[in-house]
Design a binder for this molecule. Structure first.
Ligand code: PXP
Length: 252
């Protein structure tokens, strides 16, 4: 299939992590969002965690008010977060699993076992006009379960693939890319919009960007890490260039 345009969503959580390390107001995640958009981001992602360890309520409210690109509100499917999302009315809500003790989102949602708890949250958000995306493991049976839950979008967890790239394990990289490709194809055939993210870097983004069904990548940590050395606009431009080069090569 011909590749459709690929959007880059920039996750600004770790700008808030740095701010919170000292308290106060800098660096400002909303300023980072403006800089990201100016450098080529198509949307902004922010995860309001239960413990507010990085993004805080006032940040998402300012992001919603002040940025002129889609806001992807990452959230656990709790009553508290659903109520905030319904009030905030972001463009999209990405439902993720959340454990207090984890450093970052460690795996996809258990949408098979967690169906009963997820279904009402998804229904309330969809009914309110919020585009719901489910952050899931790239497995064919999970695509079926996502479809059955009525979410229009899945975000495929690329963490295992990225770990294989870092470990230099070519066999695992091939296996993970095949798993991502199968899930993307199957999900797309079921009518789901396919996003992907977690752990992607300039070095690992290409093969995922080349999957023709993938419409959006959400990337944070690697961009903020590079921004320390090169500045955020340069980090975003380099990521965009890597994504676009892989996309063009796969379409040729
Ligand atoms: N997508 C989801 C659902 C996430 O939870 C995260 C991490 O917050 C990302 C994408 C971005 O991952 P990273 O910060 O590793 O690029």
């Amino acid at each position: 299939m011909p590749a459709s345009p690929l959007r880059l969503g920039v996750n600004v959580d770790h700008v808030a992590t740095l701010r919170n390390a000292r308290g106060g107001t800098m660096p400002d995640p909303v300023r980072a969002a403006h800089a990201a958009i100016a450098a080529g981001a198509d949307g902004i992602t922010a995860h309001l965690r239960e413990d507010r360890r990085h993004i805080r309520d006032a940040d998402v409210e300012r992001l919603r008010r002040e940025i002129d690109r889609p806001l992807n509100f990452e959230m656990a499917a709790t009553d508290e977060m659903v109520a905030i999302a319904l009030r905030l009315q972001p463009h999209a809500a990405c439902l993720v699993p959340e454990k207090r003790e984890e450093r970052t989102t460690e795996g996809g949602l258990d949408i098979v076992g967690g169906r009963q708890h997820l279904a009402p949250a998804i229904a309330r958000l969809v009914e309110a006009g919020v585009r719901v995306s489910l952050f899931v493991e790239p497995e064919v049976h999970v695509m079926e379960a996502a479809r059955a839950l009525g979410a229009p979008v899945v975000e495929l967890h690329t963490g295992t693939y990225c770990e294989a790239v870092i470990a230099g394990d070519a066999g695992a990289v091939r296996a993970e890319l095949a798993r991502l490709a199968r899930a993307a194809e199957h999900g797309h055939a079921l009518g789901l919009e396919i996003h992907a993210g977690h752990g992607l870097t300039v070095d690992s983004v290409g093969p995922v960007a080349a999957l023709p069904q993938v419409r959006e990548l959400n990337i944070g940590h690697a961009l903020m890490a590079e921004a320390i050395f090169d500045g955020l606009p340069a980090a975003i431009r380099a990521m965009r260039a890597a994504m676009d080069a892989a996309r063009v090569a796969s379409a040729a």
